[in-house]
Write a protein that binds this ligand. Structure first.
Ligand SMILES: Nc1ncnc2c1ncn2[C@@H]1O[C@H](COP(=O)(O)OP(=O)(O)OP(=O)(O)O)[C@@H](O)[C@H]1O
Ligand SMILES: [Mg+2]
Length: 366
C-alpha cells in the first residue's frame, strides 16, 4: 500500500506490525500517514485490527515492529499521558463520582493548569458541545447522548492537536448518532484537530471522513476519500464492504487497455473495466452497483445486456428495489427511481438489463 503525504505527515505509521501472542500478526504492515487537520476513519469488520492501531497510537500498546511518528518524531518510547492526545472510547466512562465540570477539569489539573484558566477552558468546552448548563450534574443524571457529548468535551478540553475516537457513538440511537456525527466533524474541522476515528459502520465512515482506511485481516485494503471508495473499489472486499454491490463470477477471456471481456460461469460474455485482474484465464468477480444497472437499456453501442428474471419487487417510496436472477445470481439487485413512467415489475417477468462497461469492475475472485 503506497504511503501518501509523507513529507507533511502529522501522524505516521511506518511498517507497523503487531502481535499479541508472538505468533499471529493482527496488524501486518501498516503504512499510513495523515496531514494535520485530516479526519481519517479506520473502517473494517470486527477483529480486523482497528482498535489495536488506535491503542498503539495512543501508547497503550506497543508496536511489535515499525515506527509511529507524531509531527515527525518517533513516539514509540513516549508514555500515553505525554503524547498529548485526546481520546473518546465507547466504554471510556466519565468518572461517576465527579460532576461534569470536574470531569472536564481533571485532564487540565493533570497538566498543572491554574484554577482560573481551568474554569475558563471547561466553560468553553461545555459551550462547544452545547452543555453549558450541565456543569454541576453527575454523569448518572445525563442521557446517553449527553454523556457522550461530555466525553467529547473532555477529550477536547486541553486542546489536543490529535484526537482518537473508537466507536464513540456505538451506544446511541440512530437519530442521536446522526446528530453527534455532524457535531464531531464540525467541531474537528472548526478547531483544526487531526482525528483518527474508528467504526465498523460504513455509513458513518462515508459521511464523516476526509479519507477512509478500509481494514481487513490486519491490512489496509484501500485508503481513499469516501466517493472514491464507493465508485472505484480496488478489490472485491472493498466493493462488498462499502455499499450495496452486485457480483457475477467468471473468467477473463481478453484484456486490452481499459477493457476486458469476461465469460460468466453461465456462458454469457460481458465487457468490464479490468481493475484487479492480471491476465487472461484469471477467475474474476465483476462488480456493478445497483443504481448503475439500467432496465430495458438504451445505452448505445458500448452497453451490454443480459436477460434477467424478476424475483421480487419492493416499493420503497422514493425508489423501487428489484431483486433479479441474472447469470446464475439470484441476489442481483437493481434500484430504479420512482417516476410516473417507471415500470413496476412482477415476479416471474423476463426482462433485459444492461450497464456501461466502465461501471462494471473486474475484481479478484478472492
Ligand atoms: N489484548 C489482546 N490480547 C490478545 N489478542 C488481542 C488483544 N486485543 C485484540 N486482540 C486480537 O487482535 C485482533 C484485532 O483486534 P482489534 O481489537 O484490534 O479489532 P477491531 O478491528 O477493533 O475489532 P472490533 O470492530 O470488534 O472492535 C483480534 O483477533 C483480537 O482478538
Ligand atoms: Mg475495536
Amino acid at each position: 500500500m503506497p504511503d501518501t503525504g509523507v513529507n507533511d505527515a502529522f501522524v505516521a505509521f511506518e511498517r507497523v506490525q503487531k502481535s499479541y501472542d508472538g505468533e499471529t500478526l493482527v496488524v501486518k504492515d501498516l503504512n499510513l500517514s495523515l496531514p494535520k487537520g485530516e479526519f481519517l476513519t479506520m473502517l473494517g469488520p470486527s477483529g480486523s485490527g482497528k482498535t489495536t492501531c488506535l491503542m498503539m497510537l495512543a501508547g497503550f500498546e506497543t508496536a511489535t515492529h515499525g515506527e509511529i511518528k507524531l509531527d515527525g518524531v518517533s513516539i514509540n518510547n513516549i508514555p500515553p499521558h505525554k503524547r498529548g492526545i485526546g481520546m473518546v472510547f465507547q466504554n471510556y466512562a466519565l468518572f461517576p463520582h465527579m460532576t461534569v465540570a470536574e470531569n472536564l477539569s481533571f485532564p487540565l489539573e493533570v497538566r498543572k493548569i491554574g484554577k482560573s484558566e481551568r474554569e475558563q477552558k471547561v466553560k468553553r468546552a461545555l459551550d462547544m458541545v452545547e452543555m453549558g448548563a450541565f456543569g454541576g450534574r453527575r454523569p448518572a443524571q445525563l442521557s446517553g447522548g449527553q454523556q457522550q457529548r461530555i466525553a467529547l468535551a473532555r477529550a477536547l478540553v486541553f486542546e489536543p492537536e490529535l484526537v482518537l475516537m473508537d466507536e464513540p457513538l456505538g451506544a446511541l440511537d440512530k437519530q442521536l448518532r446522526e446528530k453527534m456525527q455532524f457535531e464531531i466533524t464540525s467541531l474537528a474541522h472548526q478547531l483544526g484537530i487531526t482525528t483518527v476515528y474508528v467504526t465498523h459502520d460504513q455509513t458513518e465512515a462515508l459521511t464523516m471522513s476526509d479519507r477512509v482506511a478500509v481494514f481487513n485481516d490486519g491490512r489496509i485494503q484501500q485508503l481513499a476519500p469516501p466517493d472514491e471508495l464507493y465508485e472505484a473499489p480496488q478489490n472485491s472486499f472493498v466493493a462488498q464492504f462499502i455499499g450495496e454491490n452486485n457480483t457475477l463470477e467468471g473468467v477473463v477471456k481478453e484484456i486490452s487497455g481499459d477493457r476486458c471481456t469476461v465469460q460468466l460461469d453461465g456462458g454469457e460474455m460481458i465487457d468490464a473495466r479490468p481493475v484487479n485482474v492480471s491476465k487472461v484465464g484469471d477467475r474474476t468477480r465483476v462488480s456493478i452497483r445497483p443504481e448503475r444497472v439500467e432496465l430495458d437499456p438504451q445505452l448505445g453501442d458500448e452497453s451490454h445486456t443480459l436477460k434477467a428474471t424478476v424475483k421480487e419487487f419492493i416499493y420503497m417510496g422514493d425508489i423501487f428495489r428489484t431483486r433479479l436472477s441474472v447469470a446464475g445470481n439470484d441476489e442481483f439487485v437493481i434500484k430504479t427511481r420512482n417516476r410516473p413512467d417507471q415500470r413496476r415489475l412482477r415476479p416471474g417477468e423476463e426482462i433485459t438489463i444492461g450497464w456501461l462497461p466502465e461501471d462494471c469492475r473486474a475484481l479478484d475472485a478472492d
